[in-house]
Ligand binder design. Sequence first.
Ligand code: HPA
Ligand code: ZN
Length: 339
Amino acid sequence: MTVATWPVAELHVHIEGTLETELLVALARRNNVELPSYDPDALRELYRFTDLQSFLDIYYANLAVLRTEADFYDLGMAYLTRASAAGVRRAEIFFDPQTHLANGIPLDVVFGGLSRALGDARVTLGISADLILCFLRHLGGAAALATLDAAIPYLDQFIGVGLDSAEVGFPPSLFTEVFARAEALGLHRVAHAGEEGGPDYVHEALDLLGVERVDHGIRALEDPRLVEILRERQIPLTVCPLSNVCLRATPSLGAHPLPAMLAAGLLVTISSDDPAYFGGYVDDNLTALQGEFGLDHEQMATLARNSFRAAFLPEAEKRRHLAAVDEHLEALLRLTSGA
Ligand code: HPA
Ligand code: ZN
């Protein structure tokens, strides 16, 4: 960890999207799964996306290599080790049980491996982490309800539910019932909205699903009334700049709406989404933004503070993390002033 590495919470990362091509190849060999190539660099070369769906097609196909509890443990541990080096002190990690169930992997295997990795990382890396179970929107509301029912025996192993996969054509309104049930179970609620879908999807996520955070939400800026609601209620938006560039949600990093979102007073946090596919972890995202927009130490501290403010953590724990951000800022300011 360098002096530039801010302590942060990562609130938008899909554990399946942290499967680096080196681990992909190792797991394919371990489980006798066929890949288009066994050269990690050649596989990475195939990651040229034109939109969300072009990414999802490769991403879902690669997940056939995850078969055993040890595979899920290795995946979780690899992410948490890298995240720790990126300054992540708290991670709220998405996972897609429906993908694994469709591959014939029982929930017990998925939870077993991931939960054991989270528990070990707490001890060995001092990183606090929890799971958020995501529903695949392209499979619809009834399948989401069945998934939540199936996950009830594991309620002590996840803190909330989310909504991901293909956005356009699968609006939040399809998932009202499952989110109401999740709320009744005492679970946190978040949803991807306004990544490729318009501001209407963000409105629906807030009004119909009662989400506490919006994942991406970059298209919210197209609707001034929505911006006002998000600002007024300080609804966190988990923004993933390198993902947005790779999936062409924004034409370039320079055209990214982050500065406008900050200027509008929105509670923006920075995350990596699917770091094995989009060219970097949370530290890489922060560094890229700093380089592109010339963010100063105070602005970087705001992003780091926002991540802890938006985390699903007790207030006392948030205060401890916020104090670490202040300390980091002071150290940087001392360094740059030459004191
Ligand atoms: N959007 C929707 N679904 C996803 C994403 C994303 O960025 N990453 C993994 N699943
Ligand atoms: Zn995402």
